[in-house]
Design a protein around this ligand. Structure first.
Ligand code: FDP
Length: 345
């Protein structure tokens, strides 16, 4: 499939013919992609759409289950994804960053065999300043025999994902997708209104000289992270023997998209501020789908101490430390954690 004019619809039909997905999963991905197009239109209107700024009424901020102030576009994107996925008959339930608990499909619609989790608009602190934001999603199978799924049925490790992806709303809108056979990128043709395959089989370079981290947290990091970044900053004169460059968009989708495109390491490590919660980023609809995409593109993803996709979730909104991207660099970061833990065992 090297023809650059393959639409997402054709790509998915061909994946179905290859026996890699079934019609239900194909429909599910199409519906998510359609919802992302609607979110892309809302994001693209910016101030003209009246959708910038905080959600809430009478000067009272609206706070989500994570204790974070919601933006109008967070709420709108969540509603678009919920509405689009309710009636198709392919899902048994949904869960979102913006909702305390998972939702079953209403009784008036048929139920399918899949569970969908999403972060409707990641990087929301960047919405009002016209910087790329995105939607992240992860698809799991509903456990056998369960017709009325609740939160516990979503608590499956990342290895159980059957599909994952994100849509980035930047200078162009792109959908990056895996169904477990490589990671592929589609660009939205705005005139035609369809996603077109633009990179088949993304490959993350194994080595890199670029890292992404919020350096302002440095003094709060654990010792192994201090040592790791200290050696990156020491450059040619240090033990790594090469100079590193830093990039931090502060929208996970945009940072991960750069890494899938040209390599690098993305990290949101444990620090003393987020340690009581287990980390900053959410496992099930941020770290897991991104880790699946990165592994399928030849990269690696870890908590620093465990392969990300092997983590057994303990809650829908569980948080984890994250290291993902170029394989050799993620392995280097993990070695610092191992050395530290062994020395302190
Ligand atoms: P945001 O809080 O703006 O939604 O998911 C959380 C996230 O953004 C990631 O997209 C981003 O990588 C990270 O948090 C940014 O965190 P900092 O503000 O601490 O840099």
């Amino acid at each position: 499939m090297s023809n650059p004019n393959i639409s997402l619809t054709r790509f998915l039909i061909e994946e179905q013919r290859e026996g890699r997905i079934n019609p239900e999963l194909r429909l599910l991905i199409e519906v998510v992609a359609r919802a992302c197009k609607r979110i892309s239109i809302a994001v693209g209107k910016g101030a003209l759409g009246g959708v910038l700024g905080d959600a809430g009424e009478n000067g009272q901020a609206s706070i989500n289950v994570q204790g974070e102030a919601q933006k109008k576009l967070d709420v709108l994107s969540n509603e678009i994804l919920l509405e689009a996925n309710a009636w198709g008959g392919h899902l048994a339930g949904l869960a979102s960053e913006e909702m305390d608990h998972s939702q079953r499909i209403p009784d008036k619609y048929p139920r399918g065999n899949y569970l969908l989790m999403f972060d409707p608009l990641d990087g929301s602190s960047n919405i009002d300043v016209n910087i790329s934001v995105g939607t992240i999603f992860s698809v799991l199978r509903c456990p056998e025999g369960i017709t009325e799924p609740s939160d516990e049925h979503f608590l499956q490790p990342g290895t159980a994902q059957v599909a994952a992806g994100y849509c980035t709303y930047g200078p162009s809108t792109m959908l990056v997708l895996t169904v477990g056979h490589g990671t592929h990128a589609f660009t939205l043709d705005r005139e035609v209104g369809s996603f077109v395959l633009t990179t088949l089989g993304m490959q993350i370079p194994e080595e890199t000289k670029e890292f992404a981290v919020n350096m302002s947290n440095q003094r709060f990091w654990e010792a192994p992270m201090q040592a790791y970044v200290g050696d990156l900053l020491a450059g040619k004169e240090g033990s790594r023997g090469k100079d590193f460059n830093m990039r931090w968009v502060a929208s996970m989708v945009a940072d991960v998209h750069r890494i899938l495109t040209r390599g690098g390491i993305f990290s949101y490590p444990l620090d003393s501020k987020c340690a009581p919660k287990g980390g900053k980023l959410r496992l099930m609809y941020e770290a897991n789908p991104m880790s699946f995409l990165v592994e399928q593109a030849g990269g690696a993803a870890s908590t620093g101490r465990q392969r990300m996709l092997d983590v057994q979730p303990s809650g829908l909104h569980m948080r984890v430390p994250v290291f993902l991207g170029s394989k050799a660099e993620v392995e280097a970061a993990v070695r610092y954690h191992q050395a530290h833990d062994q020395a302190n065992a």
